[in-house]
Design a protein. Structure first.
Length: 284
Protein backbone atom coordinates (compact mmCIF):
# COMPACT_ATOMS: atom_id res chain seq x y z
CA UNK A 1 0.00 0.00 0.00
CA UNK A 2 1.34 3.43 -0.91
CA UNK A 3 0.45 6.71 0.71
CA UNK A 4 1.13 10.00 -1.07
CA UNK A 5 2.83 12.60 1.12
CA UNK A 6 5.01 15.68 1.20
CA UNK A 7 7.07 16.71 4.24
CA UNK A 8 7.73 19.86 6.32
CA UNK A 9 10.28 20.89 8.97
CA UNK A 10 9.94 23.44 11.83
CA UNK A 11 12.69 26.01 12.46
CA UNK A 12 13.74 28.41 15.25
CA UNK A 13 13.42 31.84 13.67
CA UNK A 14 10.88 34.59 13.28
CA UNK A 15 9.16 33.89 9.95
CA UNK A 16 6.46 35.95 8.35
CA UNK A 17 4.44 35.07 5.28
CA UNK A 18 1.19 35.64 3.49
CA UNK A 19 -1.72 33.23 4.08
CA UNK A 20 -2.49 31.01 1.12
CA UNK A 21 -5.86 29.85 2.40
CA UNK A 22 -8.60 32.15 3.59
CA UNK A 23 -9.98 29.98 6.39
CA UNK A 24 -8.26 28.73 9.53
CA UNK A 25 -9.41 25.58 11.31
CA UNK A 26 -7.22 24.26 14.12
CA UNK A 27 -7.91 20.96 15.84
CA UNK A 28 -6.12 19.87 19.01
CA UNK A 29 -3.57 17.07 18.89
CA UNK A 30 -5.17 13.63 19.09
CA UNK A 31 -3.86 10.06 19.19
CA UNK A 32 -3.18 8.73 15.69
CA UNK A 33 -3.88 5.09 14.84
CA UNK A 34 -3.84 5.14 11.04
CA UNK A 35 -0.59 6.60 9.63
CA UNK A 36 1.61 3.51 9.73
CA UNK A 37 4.33 5.00 7.49
CA UNK A 38 5.34 7.45 10.25
CA UNK A 39 8.21 6.37 12.54
CA UNK A 40 9.87 7.42 15.78
CA UNK A 41 13.66 7.84 15.54
CA UNK A 42 15.78 6.67 18.48
CA UNK A 43 19.27 7.48 19.66
CA UNK A 44 20.97 5.22 22.25
CA UNK A 45 23.14 6.75 24.98
CA UNK A 46 26.41 5.31 26.32
CA UNK A 47 24.52 3.34 28.98
CA UNK A 48 22.32 1.66 26.37
CA UNK A 49 19.21 3.73 27.09
CA UNK A 50 17.10 4.57 24.01
CA UNK A 51 15.68 8.08 23.55
CA UNK A 52 13.16 9.37 21.01
CA UNK A 53 14.87 12.26 19.21
CA UNK A 54 12.63 12.85 16.21
CA UNK A 55 10.07 11.56 13.76
CA UNK A 56 10.24 10.51 10.13
CA UNK A 57 8.34 8.78 7.35
CA UNK A 58 8.95 5.70 5.20
CA UNK A 59 9.32 6.66 1.51
CA UNK A 60 10.97 3.42 0.34
CA UNK A 61 11.12 0.03 2.14
CA UNK A 62 14.65 0.92 3.23
CA UNK A 63 14.54 4.75 3.47
CA UNK A 64 13.24 7.16 6.12
CA UNK A 65 12.83 10.86 5.29
CA UNK A 66 13.36 13.17 8.26
CA UNK A 67 14.81 16.54 9.27
CA UNK A 68 18.47 17.03 8.42
CA UNK A 69 19.27 18.42 11.85
CA UNK A 70 18.05 15.22 13.52
CA UNK A 71 20.93 13.40 11.79
CA UNK A 72 23.39 16.28 12.09
CA UNK A 73 23.00 16.77 15.84
CA UNK A 74 23.26 13.04 16.58
CA UNK A 75 26.45 12.63 14.54
CA UNK A 76 27.93 15.56 16.47
CA UNK A 77 26.99 13.81 19.72
CA UNK A 78 28.83 10.70 18.54
CA UNK A 79 32.01 12.69 18.06
CA UNK A 80 31.53 14.06 21.58
CA UNK A 81 31.06 10.50 22.91
CA UNK A 82 27.54 11.26 24.17
CA UNK A 83 25.94 8.26 22.43
CA UNK A 84 26.73 5.11 20.46
CA UNK A 85 26.56 4.58 16.67
CA UNK A 86 23.60 2.22 16.79
CA UNK A 87 20.18 3.75 16.29
CA UNK A 88 16.80 2.47 15.27
CA UNK A 89 13.34 3.47 14.13
CA UNK A 90 10.10 2.09 15.48
CA UNK A 91 6.59 1.93 14.06
CA UNK A 92 3.34 1.67 15.95
CA UNK A 93 0.78 3.67 17.88
CA UNK A 94 3.04 3.58 20.95
CA UNK A 95 6.76 2.94 20.46
CA UNK A 96 7.85 2.83 24.11
CA UNK A 97 8.58 -0.82 24.81
CA UNK A 98 7.77 -1.86 21.24
CA UNK A 99 9.63 -4.88 19.86
CA UNK A 100 9.23 -3.55 16.31
CA UNK A 101 12.63 -1.88 15.96
CA UNK A 102 14.62 -1.57 12.74
CA UNK A 103 18.30 -0.80 13.16
CA UNK A 104 20.65 1.59 11.36
CA UNK A 105 24.07 3.09 12.03
CA UNK A 106 24.39 6.84 12.65
CA UNK A 107 27.81 6.90 10.95
CA UNK A 108 27.25 4.73 7.89
CA UNK A 109 23.50 4.89 7.22
CA UNK A 110 22.48 8.57 7.29
CA UNK A 111 22.69 11.44 4.81
CA UNK A 112 21.85 15.09 5.43
CA UNK A 113 21.40 17.81 2.84
CA UNK A 114 24.60 19.89 2.36
CA UNK A 115 22.70 22.93 3.72
CA UNK A 116 22.11 21.30 7.11
CA UNK A 117 25.17 22.65 8.92
CA UNK A 118 24.48 26.19 7.68
CA UNK A 119 20.83 25.78 8.64
CA UNK A 120 21.65 24.72 12.19
CA UNK A 121 24.29 27.40 12.64
CA UNK A 122 21.78 30.02 11.50
CA UNK A 123 19.23 28.66 13.99
CA UNK A 124 21.75 29.15 16.79
CA UNK A 125 22.91 32.55 15.55
CA UNK A 126 21.75 35.27 17.94
CA UNK A 127 23.02 38.16 15.83
CA UNK A 128 20.13 38.05 13.39
CA UNK A 129 22.55 38.20 10.46
CA UNK A 130 21.58 34.78 9.07
CA UNK A 131 18.21 33.42 8.02
CA UNK A 132 17.42 29.67 8.37
CA UNK A 133 14.72 29.91 5.68
CA UNK A 134 17.47 30.22 3.05
CA UNK A 135 18.62 26.67 3.76
CA UNK A 136 17.24 23.15 3.26
CA UNK A 137 16.89 20.99 6.39
CA UNK A 138 16.16 17.42 5.29
CA UNK A 139 17.88 14.10 5.86
CA UNK A 140 17.65 10.42 4.98
CA UNK A 141 18.12 7.29 7.08
CA UNK A 142 18.91 4.02 5.28
CA UNK A 143 17.63 1.04 7.25
CA UNK A 144 19.70 -2.12 7.57
CA UNK A 145 16.73 -4.23 6.49
CA UNK A 146 13.78 -3.33 4.23
CA UNK A 147 10.26 -2.98 5.61
CA UNK A 148 7.56 -4.52 3.43
CA UNK A 149 4.60 -4.64 5.83
CA UNK A 150 4.07 -0.87 6.13
CA UNK A 151 2.58 1.65 3.68
CA UNK A 152 4.96 3.92 1.80
CA UNK A 153 4.67 7.68 1.66
CA UNK A 154 5.06 8.87 -1.93
CA UNK A 155 6.98 12.02 -2.79
CA UNK A 156 4.99 14.80 -4.47
CA UNK A 157 5.67 16.31 -7.85
CA UNK A 158 7.16 19.78 -8.08
CA UNK A 159 5.09 22.68 -6.68
CA UNK A 160 2.10 20.49 -5.83
CA UNK A 161 1.07 23.08 -3.21
CA UNK A 162 -0.04 25.31 -6.07
CA UNK A 163 -2.76 22.72 -6.76
CA UNK A 164 -4.31 22.86 -3.29
CA UNK A 165 -8.04 23.47 -3.04
CA UNK A 166 -9.86 25.71 -0.54
CA UNK A 167 -11.35 22.66 1.18
CA UNK A 168 -8.01 20.86 1.56
CA UNK A 169 -7.11 19.91 5.12
CA UNK A 170 -3.48 19.56 6.21
CA UNK A 171 -2.50 16.89 8.73
CA UNK A 172 0.73 16.57 10.71
CA UNK A 173 1.71 13.26 12.32
CA UNK A 174 4.60 12.69 14.72
CA UNK A 175 5.89 11.25 17.99
CA UNK A 176 6.78 14.53 19.69
CA UNK A 177 6.25 15.50 23.32
CA UNK A 178 2.59 15.26 24.25
CA UNK A 179 2.43 18.87 25.45
CA UNK A 180 2.77 21.72 23.01
CA UNK A 181 4.97 23.76 25.31
CA UNK A 182 6.70 22.99 28.60
CA UNK A 183 9.80 24.76 29.92
CA UNK A 184 10.42 21.86 32.34
CA UNK A 185 10.67 19.25 29.57
CA UNK A 186 12.88 16.21 30.17
CA UNK A 187 13.46 13.48 27.61
CA UNK A 188 12.16 10.78 29.96
CA UNK A 189 8.71 12.43 29.83
CA UNK A 190 8.21 11.29 26.21
CA UNK A 191 5.29 8.84 26.17
CA UNK A 192 6.01 7.30 22.74
CA UNK A 193 2.53 7.83 21.32
CA UNK A 194 1.91 8.90 17.74
CA UNK A 195 -0.30 11.99 17.46
CA UNK A 196 -1.87 14.01 14.69
CA UNK A 197 -2.97 17.62 14.34
CA UNK A 198 -4.89 19.31 11.53
CA UNK A 199 -5.45 22.79 10.13
CA UNK A 200 -6.45 24.60 6.93
CA UNK A 201 -4.34 27.74 6.90
CA UNK A 202 -0.68 27.80 5.84
CA UNK A 203 1.69 30.69 5.14
CA UNK A 204 4.24 30.72 2.35
CA UNK A 205 7.61 32.02 3.59
CA UNK A 206 9.41 31.38 0.30
CA UNK A 207 9.70 28.53 -2.21
CA UNK A 208 11.52 26.42 0.41
CA UNK A 209 9.52 27.00 3.59
CA UNK A 210 5.95 27.29 4.85
CA UNK A 211 4.52 27.93 8.32
CA UNK A 212 1.24 27.44 10.14
CA UNK A 213 -0.66 29.22 12.88
CA UNK A 214 -0.67 28.11 16.49
CA UNK A 215 -3.59 26.63 18.41
CA UNK A 216 -6.18 29.41 18.57
CA UNK A 217 -7.07 28.42 22.16
CA UNK A 218 -3.71 27.81 23.84
CA UNK A 219 -1.73 30.17 21.55
CA UNK A 220 0.98 27.50 21.31
CA UNK A 221 2.06 25.45 18.28
CA UNK A 222 0.93 21.92 17.65
CA UNK A 223 4.50 20.91 16.85
CA UNK A 224 6.50 20.04 19.94
CA UNK A 225 9.88 18.70 20.99
CA UNK A 226 10.95 15.74 18.80
CA UNK A 227 8.25 16.29 16.18
CA UNK A 228 11.21 17.36 14.01
CA UNK A 229 11.10 15.26 10.84
CA UNK A 230 7.39 14.51 11.12
CA UNK A 231 5.47 14.54 7.82
CA UNK A 232 2.76 16.97 6.85
CA UNK A 233 0.01 15.40 4.75
CA UNK A 234 -2.43 17.13 2.42
CA UNK A 235 -5.80 15.47 1.76
CA UNK A 236 -4.73 12.94 4.38
CA UNK A 237 -2.50 11.19 1.86
CA UNK A 238 -0.13 13.55 -0.02
CA UNK A 239 2.93 14.74 1.94
CA UNK A 240 4.02 18.34 1.44
CA UNK A 241 6.77 18.90 3.98
CA UNK A 242 8.91 17.91 7.02
CA UNK A 243 8.60 19.65 10.37
CA UNK A 244 11.70 21.01 12.07
CA UNK A 245 11.36 23.18 15.18
CA UNK A 246 9.43 25.91 17.01
CA UNK A 247 9.98 29.61 16.39
CA UNK A 248 8.78 32.92 17.77
CA UNK A 249 5.82 34.33 15.91
CA UNK A 250 3.61 37.42 15.77
CA UNK A 251 0.83 37.75 18.32
CA UNK A 252 -1.51 36.18 19.30
CA UNK A 253 0.73 33.12 18.88
CA UNK A 254 3.66 32.68 21.24
CA UNK A 255 5.21 30.35 18.66
CA UNK A 256 4.46 29.06 15.19
CA UNK A 257 5.59 26.01 13.25
CA UNK A 258 7.62 25.89 10.04
CA UNK A 259 8.50 23.21 7.54
CA UNK A 260 10.63 22.54 4.48
CA UNK A 261 8.66 22.16 1.28
CA UNK A 262 9.31 18.75 -0.20
CA UNK A 263 7.60 19.85 -3.42
CA UNK A 264 10.50 22.22 -4.15
CA UNK A 265 12.42 20.83 -7.19
CA UNK A 266 15.79 21.25 -5.47
CA UNK A 267 14.60 19.29 -2.45
CA UNK A 268 13.09 16.53 -4.58
CA UNK A 269 16.24 16.26 -6.70
CA UNK A 270 18.52 15.85 -3.69
CA UNK A 271 16.31 13.14 -2.16
CA UNK A 272 16.12 11.13 -5.38
CA UNK A 273 19.81 11.53 -6.24
CA UNK A 274 20.86 10.48 -2.73
CA UNK A 275 18.72 7.35 -2.85
CA UNK A 276 19.97 6.45 -6.33
CA UNK A 277 23.58 6.87 -5.22
CA UNK A 278 23.10 4.70 -2.14
CA UNK A 279 20.69 2.02 -3.38
CA UNK A 280 21.10 2.21 -7.20
CA UNK A 281 17.37 2.71 -7.72
CA UNK A 282 15.23 5.46 -9.23
CA UNK A 283 12.55 6.67 -6.83
CA UNK A 284 9.50 7.90 -8.75
Amino acid sequence: MKTHIFLLIIVIELFFGQPICSQTTLVAKTIDTTHQSVVAIFRVDKLGNPWIIGSGVLIHPQVILTAGHVNYRTVNRLYNNDCIPEGYVSFGNNVIGSNERIAFNWIKDVDSHPDTADFWNSVLDTTGLTNPSKFIDIGLIFLQQPIYNKPLAILPHSYVLAERKPEDLFLGVGYGYFRTFDTTFKAELMDGKRRQWSFKNIFEINDLWISIDCDSVTKFPFISIHDSGAPLFMRDSLVVGIWSRMDKAPKPCAYSSCAVRIDNPKVLAWIKESIKKRLSINLN
